[in-house]
Design a protein around this ligand. Structure first.
Ligand code: KG4
Ligand code: ZN
Length: 334
């Protein structure tokens, strides 16, 4: 069978990325231009700044991806691009560029769901991984539990009702004065803290629910810090980070393990930026009878290799897009 080489573009948030992947599994190049330093001054992503910088960088990043793979445009079998969800202006840069490129090259165009991309990052590193499996998507914009029944089919069984898990990490980090993005900084700081120092609330919602809610714990941590500061009581930020992280992980673990039991799946595939979290990895991997898979840290956060991997499975099913493809800032999975 002829192998399929896909060039993918990802611009949904603050990374301008392009990658070339063969057959959804073999990375030839994976170029990421991170805008994080640009947004750090503002403590979070500034959408207008993100789109403007995607526009400046996109052509260069795509050319670098080809150069590193030692390929020409003609060698590509299809052009894939993240169509959503994400920041509309940021997505539009990638979608417009991808459409123009596919048109100019006369190659098929494949619009990819960003979250499906995150899940497919795992196919790049686990050659034997096949659906069905349970997947936990934990990122800056999403917290979702789903059954992946086929490479392109997902049934969502739970999602956050308010903040995403990464958002909670980022807000707590900001209050602790740690900077942006907060997840990795909390992760590091928590290693030096006592997980049992502060009893922050665990929100499990209804007994059978697979939904999440993180706004309660986020507010509880912010209030606790404010109270301590107002009263002039000294505290150890590492204890706050460790206790917050542990409260979050208790809930995530209970729901993920219950989902795997209820759906009769032993494999749990974790995806998204928060999949980089040390404590999440440690705790989920320690669950007996469960095979917890995580992408390497570099493939957890936004990249285009994961988009190319997802696009390959769409290619196999003949799921192509035409030039009416548009950016969809709000796009449901499944
Ligand atoms: O998947 P991603 O790159 O972007 C979205 O699609 O949202 O995820 C970014 C999120 C940020 O909220 C960041 O703070 C969080 O992932 N994150 C982490 C870690 N590394 C990144 N959260 C906890 N622990 C980490 N090590
Ligand atoms: Zn993402």
């Amino acid at each position: 069978m002829k192998s399929i080489t896909i060039l993918a573009i990802e611009t949904s948030c603050d990374e301008t990325a392009a990658a070339i992947v063969v057959d959804g599994r073999q990375i030839l190049s994976n170029v990421i231009y991170s805008q994080i330093p640009l947004h750090q001054t503002y403590g979070g992503v500034v959408p207008e700044l993100a789109s403007r910088n995607h526009l400046i960088k996109i052509a260069e990043v795509v050319e670098q991806a080809l150069e590193q793979a030692n390929l020409s445009f003609e060698a590509i079998d299809a052009v894939a691009v993240t169509k959503g969800p994400g920041l509309v202006g940021a997505l539009l840069v990638g979608v417009s560029y991808g459409k123009a490129l596919a048109y100019a090259l006369g190659k098929p165009l494949i619009g990819v769901h960003h979250i499906m991309g995150h899940i497919c990052a795992n196919f790049l590193v686990y050659p034997d991984l096949k659906p069905p499996f349970v997947t936990l998507i934990a990122s800056g914009g999403h917290t979702t539990l789903a059954l992946c029944s086929d490479y392109t089919e997902f049934r969502v069984i739970g999602r956050t009702r308010d903040d995403a898990i990464g958002e909670a990490f980022d807000k707590v980090a900001r209050t602790l004065g740690l900077g942006y993005p907060g997840g990795p900084l909390i992760d590091d700081l928590a290693l030096k803290g006592n997980r049992e120092a502060i009893a922050f609330p665990r929100t499990y919602l209804e007994k059978d629910s697979f939904d999440f809610s993180f706004s309660g714990i986020k507010s509880a941590v912010l209030n606790w810090i404010n109270q301590a500061q107002m009263k002039g009581l000294p505290f150890n930020p590492a204890d706050v980070a460790a206790s917050f992280q542990e409260a979050i992980m208790d809930v995530v673990l209970e729901k993920t393990v219950r989902a795997s039991q209820q759906l009769g799946q032993k494999t749990v595939v974790v995806a998204g930026g928060v999949a980089a979290n040390t404590r999440l990895r440690e705790r989920l991997k320690a669950v007996e009878g469960l095979q917890a898979l995580f992408p390497p840290v570099a493939l957890c956060t936004d990249n285009a290799a994961m988009i190319a991997a997802a696009a390959y499975f769409q290619y196999q099913k003949g799921q192509f897009d035409d030039l009416s493809l548009n950016a969809s800032p709000v796009l449901k999975l499944g």
